[in-house]
Design a protein around this ligand. Structure first.
Ligand SMILES: [Zn+2]
Length: 369
């Protein structure tokens, strides 16, 4: 009798793990890896070591750029699940720039989605192009790859100065397309909706790659796009889920980049055509109050008809923070890096400010921008 009871208990626990793993996977597929991790954490607390739970938590951590923790989970899961997690492990190796390990694991995976991503990361989208590499970047391009790599390293130093890094092994994969047609075709291949005809770049943070229409020479708008998208990948590897208004605003700030005569890059310029346009938009469409703006989520930020004005406000607000509230920005960054949610970070920073004073200073700054 005792045996029977024990057996029934074990079956119930197993079924619960299965339900939790399915719920965590559903959360991951909805694009909320943080939630997937919370579900897996709580199920693993009562029964550490369930391989399905470890696998899904590993994938969620991978999506968030937390590769060291993802590795621990995926390698534990692999002892029981073997080939079932080979695809995720191949992705992890590719995202860390370990091409040979990624290729070896690919031989074991049957997941075509993973296969496509890994081949893209290790071989690039351009046939017969050998990439140039640094510790943090792999750049594929028929021309100008080395120049782009140097620009990426310079930009990175500027990101790090503003938003101090924590250790990360994530390697950003960068694809340069000299022709607009090739760039657009590639965007279609990876199911990326390039929002408008004049889009110059996009990035995919969970897979650590970005594509830029570099033109014949990397300068002006294409240099701005390179620096903008690389900023997104930098931030993602450091603090997943930075609020979209801050992520885009700072990316636009850095995208105001200028190539100086000595070959140096300087950032935060406000006179590029794109930013002149932003200023015009902010004159014709009223920006949100600061209190409302810092509450915008991804969906609200991207909703028409306010998409254009939201980007413009994000750009202007990033300039405001850097000029007037750098300590607030750094505190917010620190909290996000520690793994707080955007809501928690906002409550501990912006919500503590005197809203009327902040609003008044912002309006004055905007009038003078
Ligand atoms: Zn962006």
């Amino acid at each position: 009798m005792a045996l029977l009871v024990l057996f029934a208990f074990a079956t119930a626990a197993l079924a619960e793990d299965g339900v939790a793993a399915a719920r965590a996977r559903a959360a991951l597929e909805r694009g909320t890896p943080r939630e997937a991790i919370a579900i897996a954490d709580s199920a693993l607390a009562s029964n550490g070591g369930d391989p399905e739970l470890l696998a899904v938590r590993g994938e969620a951590r991978l999506r968030m750029g937390r590769t060291a923790e993802a590795r621990a989970d995926l390698e534990s899961a692999a002892r029981k699940l073997g080939r079932k997690v080979a695809g995720a492990r191949a992705r992890l190796e590719a995202i860390e720039g370990n091409d040979d390990d990624a290729r070896k694991l690919l031989a074991d995976t049957k997941d075509n989605g993973d296969r496509a991503v890994v081949l893209l990361l290790v071989d690039g989208p351009l046939e017969d192009v050998q990439p140039v590499r640094s510790e943090r970047y792999v750049v594929f391009g028929e021309q100008g790859a080395q120049v782009a790599l140097d620009d990426l390293e310079r930009s990175r130093r500027a990101y790090e100065e503003l938003l101090p890094p924590r250790p990360s092994k994530l390697v950003a994969h960068v694809y340069l397309f000299p022709s607009k047609a090739d760039f657009t075709e590639f965007a279609g291949m990876v199911h990326e909706e390039v929002e408008s005809d004049d889009a110059e770049g996009f990035s995919r943070d969970g897979e650590a790659f970005m594509a830029v229409h570099s033109g014949a020479k990397l300068q002006g708008e294409s240099l701005g796009a390179l620096v903008h998208e690389a900023f997104h990948l930098y931030v993602h590897a450091q603090a997943h889920g930075l609020p979209v208004w801050l992520d885009e605003g700072l990316a636009e700030y850095f995208g105001g980049v200028r190539l100086e005569k000595a070959g140096d890059l300087t950032f935060g310029h406000t006179s590029e055509p794109r930013h002149v346009e932003f200023r015009k938009i902010l004159r014709f469409m009223k920006p949100l109050s600061v209190a409302a703006f810092v509450r915008l989520d991804e969906k609200a930020f991207h909703a028409e008809p306010r998409l254009g004005v939201n980007y413009a406000q994000a750009w202007a607000f990033a300039h405001f923070l850097l000029a007037k509230r750098p300590a607030l920005l750094r505190e917010h960054w620190k909290l996000m890096q520690e793994g707080r949610t955007p809501d928690e970070a906002r409550v501990a920073t912006f919500d503590r400010e005197d809203a009327a004073v902040l609003q008044k200073e912002w309006e004055e700054f905007l009038a003078g921008l």
